[in-house]
Structures are given as C-alpha cells and as structure tokens.
Design a protein around this ligand. Structure first.
Ligand SMILES: Cc1cc2nc3c(=O)[nH]c(=O)nc-3n(C[C@H](O)[C@H](O)[C@H](O)COP(=O)(O)OP(=O)(O)OC[C@H]3O[C@@H](n4cnc5c(N)ncnc54)[C@H](O)[C@@H]3O)c2cc1C
Length: 387
C-alpha cells in the first residue's frame, strides 16, 4: 500500500527512531511529528545522572543536531499535544483544534510520573520525567541540604546516588525490604550496602503516610512504621503511568498501555512503540510493556518497519542499565515475581541469573559487562524454544 501521510505522536526516543526508519526504509510521503514538549528530542537517562548533577550542558542530552533533524524531512509540531483520535476514521485531533487525516499512525507518547496520591502539594516536592523536571530538581538540590527520595527502584536509587555525590543529606524510603527488589536478594543487598557505605539513610519496608510542611514548603514525611523523616526537599520516584488518556474513546484497546499484537500493531494502520506500548512478546508468550531506553529505539524501528509492510514480530531480549556511584548495573530479560535467582560472583563482578519454571528468563550484572553479554544470547536461545 502506498501511504501519503504518516503521523507520529510523541517526539522522543521511540518517535524519532520511527521517523528515521520510515525515511531510510524509503517512505517519501508526508511525515508529521507531534510532540507535547517544546524541546527538540532529548535523551532521558542523563536527566537523573549528568544533568541532575550539573555535569553536562543541556545540549549534550539532545538526541540529534538541528541539521540531522532537518534531514528527516518531517513537519515538526512541537509544544503541541494530540488530544483525540478516531481510529476507524484515521483522524487525529490536536490541542489547537486541527483535525489531521492520516493513512499511517505511530503512537509513542511514553509515560508520566506516578503521583503520590492524596498528599498535600508543597513546594520542593519533585518528580523526574522531563528536562524541565530535572532542571527544577537541580535548582532545589542546590539550595536544600536534606532530601528524602520516595521510591527505591532504578530512578529513586539513581537520584539518591547523584544527590550524595552533590554532598546532600539523603534518605531513601521504599516499600520493599531491598532496593531494586525485582533483581533478587543478592543484588538488592549489595545495592543497599553500596548506598549505606556512601552515606544514604535507607528506610525500607515502609511506605509514606503523610507529608508535612511549613510556609508552603515541605518539611518532612511520616512513615507507616510511625517514624518521621525531616526533609527540605522530597523527590518522588514511585513508578509511572502510560500516557493514554488522550486516547479515551479512540476505539483502541487500552490496558497497561496501548495494547498491540506481536507486530506492534494496535489497529489497522496504527502502531505503538516505546514506554506506552504493550505488545504480545512471542518469545515470552505474553503481553509485556517495557520502560527501557533501548526498547524505545528498537520498538520505534520495529513499528515503523511493520507499518511499511515488513510483518516481523517484535521479539527482543529486554535490556536496561543503571549507573550508580562506580557501579554499572545491567539487566537482560524479564524478572517475574515467581523467578528464582542463582548468583555467580568473581571478585567485584557479580551476575545473578533469574529462572522461571527452570528456564533462564533474565540476568543482572554488577560491573560485569562482558559476562552479561553471554547471558543475553542464552536468554534469547531459551526464548526460541517456546516461540
Ligand atoms: C530520569 C530518567 C532516567 C532514565 N534512565 C534510564 C536508564 O538509565 N536506562 C534505561 O534503560 N532507561 C532509562 N530511562 C527510561 C527511558 O528514558 C525511557 O524508556 C525512554 O525515554 C522511552 O522513550 P519513549 O519515546 O517511549 O517515551 P518518552 O521518552 O516518555 O517520550 C514520550 C513523548 O511523548 C510526548 N507526549 C505525551 N503525550 C503526548 C500527546 N498527547 N501529544 C503529543 N506528545 C505527547 C511526551 O511529552 C514525550 O516527549 C530513564 C527515564 C527517566 C525519566
């Protein structure tokens, strides 16, 4: 089928990869890219690391130069939100009232930070999803000496590590007994030790019950074990929510994200990619959604190729990394709650393997880049056995 107008909603990692793939794949029709944020596409991983630390200028986080964006040959509508879709009519509605007809659509609207429900809004309570969030958090950290990070997942522990490097007094609060609990006991213990030895006060196995303030600014939080922590700033990192509210009434199936088949297709001529997409992973034999940087690019490419007719199931070995202090954590695969872990340690290097029903489904490395790469292949091989 010859397509004449393809629209991409979401001008970030997944949307950009999709746009470039359409062009390198030979698509010569109109290409419209709609993005809510006013900035050119930028990378999010540095936001909790180099940008928050003030070590990089903002420009270094941009995903492409102005010249390279120009080469894509697209019309960019930045600072403009898509507010509605009629999937069966192939019409998209924009915030400014425009109705855009398309014959191909890729949805790449990502996720937003999950709010700490029912808590009073105080000054110096921050979330971290966008460049503006990172700059606002950075300004606060420059002035406020005592921060509490709510959430002990990848993002919460990264914020804590960056804040400690800035010399702040840091407490991390999390509901599980270990940070990054999904990676198993051994990695969780190591990470907890790493944070404690760097001076972080870990309060684990507790949740936040109240936030206190004075003169409109936050002054502390109350915990489920009855303790309180004083704080001059609070950074909330308790997960995220797929940005699908604008798709209400669109006719698309929305569950944990935009529900897609094995080809990233949500409806005829409509595909989804990146953090917002939930798709049928043939290797794992179930619907999954991944909030990992590499997936955003790979799925953006896959969705664009399939929109152009490739008909290739998208079946990656998921990959995520996190940099904290002098440790590089990397993980391939998935880590189901009923997974069992086995650990191989060689000096400072550790690899924890996760098995489900005897099958290798995931592996985490602690400063073990090369060893982990071998596990990636093993995980991929086991997937083929069930695919
Ligand atoms: C602080 C931080 C640190 C991270 N660190 C790591 C890391 O170390 N390793 C790792 O693997 N992953 C990391 N990630 C995750 C990674 O950045 C994401 O997986 C990736 O950005 C997802 O890309 P995306 O294009 O799918 O979505 P996003 O990057 O979320 O982009 C979606 C875009 O769509 C726009 N949008 C939303 N709704 C609309 C609408 N209605 N109309 C128009 N535009 C809309 C949004 O404004 C946004 O610009 C990190 C994420 C954050 C926030």
């Amino acid at each position: 089928m010859t397509r004449r107008r393809i629209v991409i909603v979401g001008a970030s990692a997944a949307g950009l990869a999709a746009a470039e793939t359409l062009r390198t794949g030979g698509y010569t029709g109109e290409l419209l890219i709609v993005g809510e944020e006013p900035e050119q596409p930028y990378d999010r991983p540095p936001l909790s690391k180099q940008i928050l630390a003030g070590a990089w200028p903002i420009e270094r986080a941009l995903l492409r130069s102005e010249a390279d964006l120009g080469k894509i040959g697209a019309e960019w509508r930045l600072g403009c939100r898509a507010v509605g879709l009629k999937a069966s009519d192939h019409v998209l509605k924009l915030q400014n009232g425009d109705h855009i007809e398309f014959d191909g659509l890729i949805i790449a609207t990502g996720v937003r930070a999950r709010p700490l429900e029912g808590r009073a809004a105080f000054r110096n309570v921050h979330y971290l999803r966008t460049l503006n969030d990172a700059l606002a958090m950075r300004s606060t950290l420059a002035l406020e000496p005592r921060i509490v990070v709510v959430g002990a997942g990848v993002l919460g522990t990264e914020i804590a590590a960056t804040a400690r490097a800035l010399g702040l007094d840091v407490t991390v609060v999390g509901p599980h007994r270990l940070p990054l609990h999904q990676f198993g006991h051994h990695i969780g213990e190591r990470l907890a030790d790493l944070h404690r030895s760097n001076g972080v006060d870990l309060r684990l196995g507790v949740s936040v019950t109240s936030i206190h303030g004075e003169d409109g600014g936050v002054s502390g939080i109350g915990l489920s074990n009855g303790e309180t922590c004083s704080a001059s700033a609070v950074c909330v990192a308790i997960g995220s929510i797929p940005v699908t509210d604008w798709l209400d009434g669109s006719g698309l199936k929305i569950g944990n994200g935009v529900e897609c088949d094995a080809f990233c297709q949500a409806a005829p001529d409509i595909y989804a990619a990146g953090d917002v997409a939930s798709w049928w992973h043939q290797g794992y034999g179930r619907q999954i959604r991944i909030e990992h940087r590499m997936n955003a690019t790979e799925q953006g490419i896959a969705a664009a190729r399939n929109l152009m007719g490739a008909a290739e199931p998208y079946c990656p070995v998921p990959f995520v990394w996190s940099d904290q202090y002098n440790v590089k954590l990397q993980a391939y695969g998935i880590f189901p709650s009923d997974g069992t872990f086995s650990v191989a340690a060689d000096g400072a290097k550790v690899v924890a393997e996760c098995r489900q029903n005897g099958r290798l489904v995931g592996a985490v490395g602690w400063n073990a880049v090369k060893d982990l790469r071998l596990r990636r292949q093993a995980i991929a091989d086991e997937m083929l056995l069930v695919a």
